[in-house]
Design a protein. Sequence first.
Lengths: 479, 174
Amino acid sequence: MLARACKQLWEWFDDRTGVSDLIGPSLKHLVPHDARWWYVFGSATMCAFMIQVISGIALAFAYIPSPNDAYLTLQFITNAAPLGRFLRGLHYYGASAMILMVGLHMAQVYLFGSYKFPREMNWVTGVLLLGFTLVMGFTGQLLRWDQTAVWSVVVAAEQAGRVPLIGDWLARFTLGGDTVGGATLNRFFVIHVFLMPAMVFAFIGLHLLLVLRHGISEPPTPGKPVNPKTYRKEYKELMEKTGKPFWPDAAWRDVVFAVAMVLVMALLALVLGPPELGKPPDPTLIDANPRPDWYLLWYFAVLALLPHGAEEYFMVFGPILIGILLIALPFMSRGGERSARRRPWSIAIVIMTIVMIGTLWVAGAKSKWSPDFNPPPLPEKLVGAASGPVYDGARLFHDKGCLNCHRIESEGGRRGPDLSGIGNLLTRDQIILRISNGGHNMPAYASNLKPDELSALVAFLQSRAGNRKPPAGSQPNPQ
Amino acid sequence: MSGNIDALGPPPTPEELSRRKFLERLSVGLFALGSVVLLVPMAGFVVAPLFKRRPEVWRAVGQAASFEIGSTTAVQFEDSSPLPWAGVTAKTAAWLRRVDAGNFIAFSINCTHLGCPVRWLPKADLFMCPCHGGVYYKDGTVAAGPPPKPLPQYPVRVRGGVVEILTNPTPITR
């Protein structure tokens, strides 16, 4: 009885609104029968985005995008609001998942040659969505509006400033004026909460329309190239012969994968929680150590490792060139083989990209190029003297900032060479020369040390024999 | 869904066709005009503040006598015309070095590599940057690492025993 009433109500609703007519064909469109687990990353990306939208809206109930209050509301959300910590964590791991899934989706589409005719625009809209996603990631980190966020804005403005001709204007646009101030946070709030989500919605819509228009690409078969003249007809015949309706024959895998992803995200949010909130966004707190979130840490390493003098070109034209190459890809190889087995370079490029970003990521996490700012004085046991020139030298090694960059056994920074065994490698004169003149990455100390200080420092360094034996006839590396 | 409207009724006459063309152009033209009329003020509102340079003003940062000769100290001052809601972000810091009795140098804290705040190591007489390891000497010249230029300086003066710094935009390396 009730069931019949419900059915009647639904039929009336469906007749007057046309819901089934609207989404039925999309849900039931035919997809290749063998499009299995490799095809789940796109929908997983969209699922992550939807979670970002929902968790973002929830967070916006408490967040105040004001330069003075944003940090306070972040503290409130994290420490006081019920479920706030979980929600912030979810938004963070949602962002992480979205970036990860975009990457996987892109790699799969590239390896399967799915970007080829007639799906060029699927790829192009996807590349734009990748760009929007990265902008969302960066601006989202800024909305945390702690000390790191403030300095990240300055770093972004400095990079924008390197653009020829309009650099100065772009830098001012990034800062929202002459300096970080009352207008800075709001522009990133607008970009993160209005502009970019609107673009992502619009382009996901277009991306999905294109998926329906051209169909999901069939898994490639080696030796079966794409011929733009016949492909559409072949695809239609293939779907009519062996295609399966998307719902539910293929969609169930998307659902299973997406739910698993969401569970992992929720678990991480519960167990690990959101990233730590840094110090307050006060530009006069100088002891800052700005680092991007993990998904941009590799780019932080790029900025540190660029060859001096070529930075402008890399910083400005590097991203532009990568963008152009990505967009041009489907037009450079419209037809031909799709299978990665017949396109070994595609495998090489994906592996190279992963290795490159992975290596840079590890380098960024270690960031050896950053000095250790507050190394404790060298312990007496390590120095091996309680008075005399070696002892004085060790103290100077700490006070003059040597220890910030050089390592002595387990102490000190990693920017410069490890000096634990320097006494075996360089002569007294060589050490004096190096300290006085410095090098590309080392200050010259000639005017900074009195003669007796230099002697003490050299005495300390000569006493650093380490465990290493000097290789016969070895020449010190001038770097 | 009635399909192609042209298929219904009698075929259009040449007058009707030219009328349709006119109406098409009229509609597209009006739409474009309306969009431009609205978009110009909207875009202008967003970008206009960026073309307005803030005035430069002298800000007191402390009694001259309170800075030791040879020392380098962090000082802070308020931006020239902060927005009323700017709160803590209205402040800027600088490194003030007292060279001798009458001379001060005010360095920007922004590293010329990518703008991170450099720290002063008083015993080592060096500025060091936490981001990518840039190092400067006490006079602001580059000692090591990636910075392409010396630390920028703010104009500084002493008036009635008070050190004053002229506010300036955040230095952007070109």
